[in-house]
Design a protein around this ligand. Structure first.
Ligand SMILES: [Zn+2]
Length: 108
């Protein structure tokens, strides 16, 4: 079983389990494995000041900032909570991720 199989991926729905945004849910926008961080939609929003350009007036915009992947868990739609990921091989040989709590197959 490869480690890759049990990892969170882009577009996964996740829940934040620690820190300022604990309990918040969002989709994984980007993973930064070398830094151990991820960008999650609408989580860890920070204000950025932008200068006016031809296309925008500038001002203050809110943007996601990366958070530690260790503070993120996969959100299982059946359990309605953050869960750890397991893995299993299907009959056709494909490896899919499963919920360690309820056993549900999470990859289609
Ligand atoms: Zn589950």
């Amino acid at each position: 079983m490869s480690m890759q199989t049990t990892r969170i991926r882009r577009d996964d729905e996740v829940i934040i389990i620690a820190g300022r945004d604990k309990g918040a849910r969002g989709k994984v926008i980007r993973l930064m494995p070398s830094e151990g961080k991820a960008l999650i939609s609408k989580v860890n929003m920070v204000k950025r000041h932008t200068k006016p350009t031809q296309n925008s007036k500038g001002g203050i915009i809110e943007k996601e900032a990366p958070i530690a992947i260790s503070n993120v868990q996969f959100f299982c739609p059946s359990c309605k909570t953050g869960v750890r990921l397991g893995a299993k091989a299907l009959e056709d040989g494909r490896k899919v991720r499963t919920c360690k709590k309820c056993g549900e197959v999470l990859d289609s």
